[in-house]
Design a protein around this ligand. Structure first.
Ligand code: BTN
Length: 332
C-alpha cells in the first residue's frame, strides 16, 4: 500500500507534469491506485501545506503557480521532481530557523544520514564565513545545508569547498544569460557582485572526517533595495539579472543534482576534475588582489591556484605566497 507521503508526492508530480492543465480526480485515483475520496483527502492536506490546488467541477484539479512564479516552496514540491540518489532525498523544511547549518550540524551529530538537507524559508541568525552574519529575508532566497560524510582525511575536506562552489556556479549558469564567476575560494559573483555564499563546517577525528555541513545561501528573488545598506553595492540577486522570478523549487532541485554529480566525481576521481571545473569559473588570475588573513594581509598579482586549491599571490618583491584561507578584495 502506498504511504501518505508517497501519494502526496505523486499527486504533485502528476499535477506538475500536466503543466497547469486540469487532471480529473478519476485519473489521479487510477494512477495512484487509491479511491477518489482518498485523493480528495490528500489534496486537502497538500493545500494546508501551501500548495494552491484548485478544483473545478466536472473538470478536475490543477496546480496554480506559486508566488515565486512556480511551485510552492516546500519539501513535497521539491521531492516530487528530484532525481538524486542521496542528496536531498530527506528534506527537513523549516519556515524559519536560526541557521540551517546549525540545524544540520545537530542532526549530523545525532547520526542523520549523508544527503539529508535542511532548508529554511528564512533564518534569524544566518552564518557567513569568518564569523559574519548572512542576511536571510523570508520568501525570496535559498538557504540550505546538506550533510556530507566524505571518506577522506580532515586535510582533504577543504576540497569540498571548491566542489560546492562548482555545483552552485553550474546551477546559476542554468538560470542566467551570463556566466557567474567564483571569488576564491567559494563566493559566487555575477557581474562582479555576490549572489551566493558557501559555508562549510566540519566535525572530525584526528584521522577522519565524521561529517561536513555544506551550507549554501543564494540570493534568488531578493531586490537590491531590500539588501542591508552595507551590501547594496557589492551584492545582487538572480532576479535582478533575469527580471523574472526564479522558481526556488527548480533551483534547489538542480542544485542538489549538481552537488550529487560533483560529489560522485570527487569520491571516484579525486580533486583534480573538480578543481579543473572550478578554474573555469575563476577570473582573478593576473589581476591585483589583496587577501586579508587572520592577522596578516598579502597583496600582489594573483598567479592562480595550486593543485590543492591554495591561492598563489606574486608580491611586489616577486615572491609567490601561498594562501590557504582569507578574504580576497579584488578592487584596487
Ligand atoms: C559566506 O559568508 O559567503 C557564506 C554564507 C553562507 C550562508 C548559508 S545560508 C544557508 C546556510 N546556513 C547558514 O547559516 N549559513 C549558510
Amino acid at each position: 500500500m502506498r504511504c501518505k507521503k508517497d501519494a502526496q508526492t505523486e499527486i504533485i508530480r502528476l499535477l506538475g507534469e500536466s503543466g497547469g492543465a486540469f487532471l480529473s480526480g478519476e485519473a489521479v485515483s487510477e494512477s495512484l491506485g487509491i479511491s477518489r475520496t482518498a485523493v480528495w483527502k490528500q489534496i486537502n492536506t497538500l493545500r494546508k501545506t501551501g500548495f494552491d490546488i484548485r478544483a473545478v467541477p466536472s473538470k478536475g484539479y490543477f496546480l496554480s503557480a506559486g508566488k515565486d512564479g512556480g511551485s510552492p516552496f516546500n519539501a513535497a514540491s521539491i521531492l516530487s521532481g528530484l532525481k538524486t540518489e542521496t542528496i536531498g532525498r530527506n528534506i527537513i523544511f523549516l519556515s524559519e530557523t536560526d541557521s540551517t547549518n546549525v540545524r544540520a550540524y545537530e542532526l549530523a551529530r545525532a547520526g542523520e544520514a549523508e544527503g539529508t538537507a535542511v532548508i529554511a524559508d528564512s533564518q534569524s541568525a544566518g552564518k557567513g564565513r569568518l564569523g559574519r552574519h548572512w542576511a536571510s529575508n523570508p520568501g525570496v532566497n535559498l538557504y540550505t545545508s546538506v550533510i556530507l560524510r566524505p571518506p577522506v582525511p580532515p586535510a582533504a575536506a577543504q576540497n569540498l569547498t571548491f566542489l560546492a562552489a562548482v555545483a552552485v556556479a553550474e546551477t546559476i549558469t542554468a538560470f542566467l544569460p551570463m556566466r557567474p564567476t567564483v571569488k576564491w575560494p567559494n563566493d559566487i559573483l555575477v557581474d562582479g557582485r555576490k549572489v551566493a555564499g558557501i559555508l562549510m563546517e566540519m566535525n572530525s577525528e584526528p584521522d577522519r572526517v565524521n561529517f561536513v555541513i555544506a551550507g549554501v545561501g543564494v540570493n534568488l528573488n531578493l531586490r537590491t533595495k531590500d539588501l542591508p545598506d552595507d551590501l547594496k553595492n557589492t551584492a545582487t540577486s538572480l532576479m535582478e539579472k533575469t527580471l523574472a522570478p526564479v522558481d526556488r523549487v527548480l533551483f534547489v532541485r538542480m542544485l542538489y543534482i549538481n552537488l550529487e554529480k560533483w560529489y560522485k566525481i570527487y569520491i571516484g576521481g579525486g580533486f583534480a576534475p573538480v578543481l579543473s571545473e572550478w578554474k573555469g569559473f575563476f577570473g582573478a588570475t593576473g589581476t591585483h588582489v589583496r587577501v586579508r588573513g587572520f592577522n596578516s594581509v598579502v597583496e600582489g598579482i594573483c598567479a592562480g591556484v595550486d593543485d590543492d586549491g591554495a591561492l598563489l599571490v606574486r608580491t611586489l618583491s616577486g615572491e609567490i605566497v601561498r594562501v590557504i584561507s582569507g578574504d580576497v578584495d579584488t578592487a584596487r
